[in-house]
Design a protein around this ligand. Structure first.
Ligand code: SF4
Length: 251
């Protein structure tokens, strides 16, 4: 079959045969693939108000990647576990540029599950001048994430059912601009989170946020505990759920 014939044939199954050829060649030869050939599986991209973290209230473009290695009991993004579309990194960057919002969050699912491709996406966005947040469930190593990005490390409390998956070595990579979030479902979670904050001196390493699990712990109760204990953590409610409703997607 001629080269053109092969290309036409491949095009029936794959819309980017040139990219396929180069990517295949890179795999065979062991050459590193160039960024423009890299892709990640994307669940959704949308722009809304940032509802969590210390960036709460700011307009933000969210790039939600497909797939998660955990199964938290209260997960509100199960739709991100599967599906999605493969998108070249450059297409994502172009889309985010078109939107024109400076703050971008890479989230999931678990974004670091897509390994080096996610790391390259973060870097590409930073190089375009965006402020980049990377929200991760903290079970995978964060050492490869560009230090210019802000890490939001979601430390899984016992009520999530996933606290056994925490990669505590990640705390060593924290910098003052990063954030550590605990979703608190009950008093047991609260006491556990307090112990983790003290044991790993998290207040000295990053910003620490306690967030009440919606429908499981009233924010008023968590606020009371924080004030009683004179904790210097920040109470963080998911304001997008109050604004748009708990089940609204893409907000
Ligand atoms: S880590 Fe996040 S996306 Fe994954 S199961 Fe837990 S809450 Fe859901």
């Amino acid at each position: 079959m001629s080269r053109k014939g092969l290309k036409d044939f491949l095009h029936l199954f794959y819309p980017y045969p040139d990219v396929f050829h180069r990517s295949f060649a890179a795999r065979v030869t062991g050459m590193p693939r160039r960024r423009e050939w890299r892709r990640v599986k994307v669940c959704e991209i949308f722009t809304s108000i940032q509802g969590e973290s210390t960036y709460t209230g700011l307009a933000c473009t969210f790039v939600r990647l497909t797939g998660c290695n955990l199964r938290c009991v209260y997960c509100d993004t199960q739709y991100a576990f599967e599906g999605g579309i493969d998108m070249p990194l450059d297409d994502i960057v172009s889309h985010v540029k078109l939107v024109g919002v400076n703050l971008v969050e890479i989230t999931g699912g678990e974004p670091l599950l897509q390994g080096n491709d996610t790391i390259l996406l973060v870097r590409a966005l930073l190089e375009e001048g965006f402020e980049v947040l990377v929200e991760t469930n903290g079970s995978l190593g964060v050492g490869g994430v560009d230090r210019r990005a802000v890490l939001i490390l979601d430390v899984k409390t016992p009520s999530s059912g996933m606290s056994g998956e925490i990669n505590y070595a990640n705390f060593d990579y924290l910098k003052p601009s990063d954030e550590v979030k605990f979703v608190i479902c009950d008093r047991g979670d609260y006491d556990w989170a307090k112990d983790i904050v003290a044991k790993f001196r998290l207040m000295e390493r990053a910003k620490v946020l306690f967030s009440p699990a919606l429908g499981m712990l009233p924010p008023r109760q968590l606020a009371k505990w924080i004030v009683e204990d004179r904790l210097e953590v920040r109470l963080n409610v998911q304001i997008h759920k109050y604004i748009f409703g708990p089940d609204e997607r893409g907000v």
